[in-house]
Design a protein around this ligand. Structure first.
Ligand code: AMP
Length: 637
């Protein structure tokens, strides 16, 4: 048995002993009385009776040994800002923010919704919530009012933390009007809004509700806010993710299990060491940002780079395809984390940029969020000369589920495969309709996880245990297993390959979007009778959304000018409601949509036709001409 196999076996054969050992990687105020309570499956409660605090483990714990060392390195190629916060400075800022939130009435268990660009104040707010036991709920800054409103309504935050504006590619995006509109749309109204003024866009303040963060901060410059000792099973945060229905799910996580899972992953998977620098190019709005911009690296005593900007723009705001490598050199980054789409963007730049900087500090580049194609993996692996480690996971899991645990054993990678199941995860491939386990190599089925799920995994869906159980644990017939909703195969050596989603979720540039949400938004246009949105393969972004619309007046089907106009209007509706990210690449007009005789939309058949693949069994289709029309539209494009 190889070293990793032995490690893995221990984790699944004797999970309590295994995780009790991992729990020593963090500080506890009181140790757990029971390592795992799995008495009510599928719920898994980790480190029951233990008390700890995420902020203590990320910040306070390091003050003695490395208080003056960098903790947070902020680089914005949008504003030209570059600033280093030591652990001591981070500690002070977090307490100031915590005191400000407390002044606004925030206490343990209250929700704080964070709608922020990639600025240090966003991390301060997250850590401040963790410190006082408030539940943060970070919403990606690229989302527009409609998406934000649904999340405000579901999270019912006492306070919203936001800023005047974000910036992308030099273009200022005012957040405050988007937030005001979201609060107007939401049935639930937050009591207060705490706003960082970056001086990028004017802000209209609502008296009695809106507060400028710098004014509150000034009052609390010397604030000392002790960490609240929380039960391991208390809620640390919720993060919304897309699913099959239009309503996003609030993925809910605990405190102690998450802290242990992250500490363990920093050691066994990322192999990041105290005093080194970690650089994740993600955004705090995504789970990667929670786990591997904010909490993971800091818990490990590493400095973390928070980067605002495009991968192709320099600190002087001039084009610079080497900016990330420049930062690796400057801050001696040892571990880097990005997404395949970002690498595909960089691949279009001058390859000499990779050789221009001293990248000798870098030990590995981790890529996740979407399938990593072989040409991209080869290009970056040859360019950097360090291992490229694909890692497969989900918002729900909080940390990698399938990858290579380099910190345990440097097993070889295989192109196209993220690797093998991580310790703690009993991953199986099951037949979609019979639920039977597929054990022969290369048989395609649904990738599932057998309970109990490891520490760090979602506790439940916020306010909706039934949805958690019914959505995730009852989708495979006859078996209570967690479905990832991904297709996969396992080869003869036990390496997994992920083959796309089984549900209506699409993945645009590593960002997960529900086609139903986009459809609901498009249906809001007065001239839309019916709509189907599918994800179509794209060389740069992995997938893009394509919308097929039946217009009420029918004119756009026959008149090219009318089609162009309506397409523009529909795109605007989506961008205004959900955000530019969700805007379809194209809107096509058709006279009918392919459906089964019972009226179910044949999204997979539409997708296959768009990708010029065989649509498969069409015996149930009601009107074959509908698919033919789509085929013609696609082939004439
Ligand atoms: P999210 O919850 O937004 O992180 O999206 C999770 C989904 O992204 C997974 O269910 C997969 O469909 C996809 N995904 C994430 N990482 C990978 C990977 N390394 N390879 C293939 N697909 C991935």
């Amino acid at each position: 048995m190889s070293r990793y196999e032995e490690f893995y076996r221990q984790s699944v054969d004797a999970p309590e002993a295994f995780w009790a050992e991992q729990a020593k990687l963090i500080d506890w105020q009181t140790p757990a009385e029971q390592i795992l309570d799995a008495s009510q499956p599928p719920f898994a409660r980790w480190f029951v009776g233990g008390t700890t605090n995420l902020c203590h483990n990320a910040v306070d714990r390091h003050l003695a040994a490395r208080g003056d060392q960098p903790a947070l390195i902020f680089v914005s190629t949008e504003t030209g800002a570059e600033k280093i916060y030591s652990f001591k400075e981070l500690h002070a800022e977090v307490q100031r923010t915590a005191a400000s939130l407390m002044e606004l009435g925030v206490g343990k268990g209250d929700r704080v919704l964070i709608y922020m660009p990639m600025i240090p104040e966003a991390a301060f707010a997250m850590l401040a919530c963790a410190r006082i036991g408030a539940i943060h709920c970070v919403v990606f800054g690229g989302f527009a009012s409609g998406s934000l409103a649904t999340r405000i309504e579901d999270a019912e935050p006492k306070v919203v933390v936001s800023a005047d504006a974000g910036s992308r590619g030099g273009k200022v995006i005012a957040y405050k009007p988007l937030l005001d509109e979201a609060i107007r749309l939401s049935k639930y109204k937050p009591a207060a809004v705490l706003l960082t003024d970056r001086g990028l866009a004017p802000m209209d303040l609502t008296a009695g509700r809106d507060h400028v963060a710098s004014e509150l901060r000034r009052k609390h410059l010397d604030a000392e806010v002790p960490c609240a000792w929380l039960a391991s099973t208390d809620i640390s945060y919720t993060i919304y993710t897309s699913g099959t229905t239009g309503k996003p799910k609030g993925v809910q996580r605990d405190v102690g299990g998450y802290a242990v899972a992250l500490a363990a992953s920093m050691k066994h998977i990322f192999d990041g060491r105290p005093g080194e620098t970690y650089f994740s190019t993600s955004d705090i709005g995504w789970v990667v940002g929670h786990s591997y911009i904010v909490y993971g690296p800091l818990i490990a005593g590493m400095a973390t780079i928070m980067y605002e900007g495009l991968p192709t723009q320099g600190i002087d705001r001039q084009p610079d395809g080497g900016i990330w490598w420049r930062l690796v050199e400057k801050y001696k980054v040892t571990v880097m984390f990005s997404a395949p789409t970002a690498v595909r963007v960089l691949k279009k730049q001058d390859p000499a940029l990779l050789k221009k900087y001293d990248l000798s500090s870098l030990r590995a580049l981790f890529l996740a969020g979407e399938p990593l194609d072989e040409p991209t993996a080869r290009w970056i692996s040859e360019g950097l000369g360090v291992p490229i480690i694909d890692n497969y996971w989900q918002t729900e899991s909080g940390w990698p589920m399938i990858t290579i645990a380099n910190g345990v054993e440097a097993k070889p990678s295989k192109f196209g495969s993220p690797g093998v199941p991580m310790y703690g995860y009993r991953i199986k491939i099951l037949h979609e309709s019979t639920g039977e386990e597929l054990t022969a190599p290369n048989e395609k089925g649904v990738v599932v996880v057998e309970g109990p799920t490891p520490p760090g995994f979602m506790q439940t869906v916020w306010k909706d245990d039934a949805r958690f159980v019914n959505t995730y644990w009852k989708s495979v017939p006859g078996k209570m297993v967690y479905s990832t909703f991904d297709w996969g195969i396992r080869d003869e050596d036990g390496y997994f390959y992920i083959l796309g989603r089984t549900d209506d979720v699409i993945n645009v540039a590593g960002h997960r979007l529900g086609t139903r949400e986009i459809e609901e938004s498009i249906s809001g246009h007065a001239n839309v009778a019916e709509v189907a949105v599918v994800g179509v393969a794209d060389a740069l972004k992995g997938q893009v959304a394509m919308a097929f619309v039946v217009p009420k007046d029918g004119i756009a089907v026959t008149d090219a000018d009318a089609a162009l106009k309506l397409e523009g209007e529909i795109m605007k509706v989506v961008a205004d409601q959900l955000g530019a990210l969700a805007r379809p690449a194209r809107v096509r007009f058709v006279s009918g949509l392919p459906k089964t005789r019972s009226g179910k939309l044949l999204r997979r058949a539409i997708q296959a036709v768009c990708e010029q693949r065989d649509p498969g069994d069409l015996t149930t289709i009601d009107d074959p001409a509908t698919l033919q029309q789509i085929r013609q539209l696609v082939s004439s494009a």
